[in-house]
Ligand binder design. Structure first.
Ligand code: THU
Length: 129
């Protein structure tokens, strides 16, 4: 699957976002090592604080279905500059996905590609326990 196809999957997931409070819809598509695509969208609720980002929804869905090896994640929001994952998501993606390729995109052709280790330098993880 190309980067472009992964972005298309994230864009489709974004349509399911439950973002009644912020109106800021995000979609994510996670590619496992065997090429399976697992998507997520952000989910907000009336307490605000229980919000979960699209990236963590995708990762938790994947983990709960038994996946343990991951390659890439695409993240899509409707912003001029593509939206990067928040700090909490970087931590979870790092611990469960390692140095993923992260493809950031908006609704047009704007795209940028990063490595998670560059987005989360000097990470805390199980190696330090
Ligand atoms: N959000 C994500 O889902 N992913 C990001 O990378 C940034 C933020 C969500 C959380 C909340 O529902 C809304 O976007 C505004 O912060």
């Amino acid at each position: 699957m190309s980067d472009f196809d992964l972005v298309i999957a994230a864009r489709a997931a974004r349509a399911f976002a439950c973002a009644e409070f912020s109106k800021f819809k995000v979609g994510a598509a996670l590619e496992t090592a065997d090429g399976t695509i697992i998507t997520g969208c952000n989910i907000e609720n009336a307490t605000y604080g229980l919000t979960i980002c699209a990236e963590r929804v995708a990762m938790f869905k994947a983990l709960s279905e038994g996946h343990r090896e991951f390659a890439r994640m695409a993240i899509v929001a409707d912003t001029e500059a593509p939206t990067p994952p928040c700090g909490a998501c970087r931590q979870i993606l790092w611990e469960f996905g390692g140095d993923l390729e992260i493809v950031l995109a908006n609704l047009s052709e704007e795209r940028s590609i990063h490595r998670l280790k560059d987005l989360l330098p000097l990470p805390f993880d199980a190696r330090l326990l």
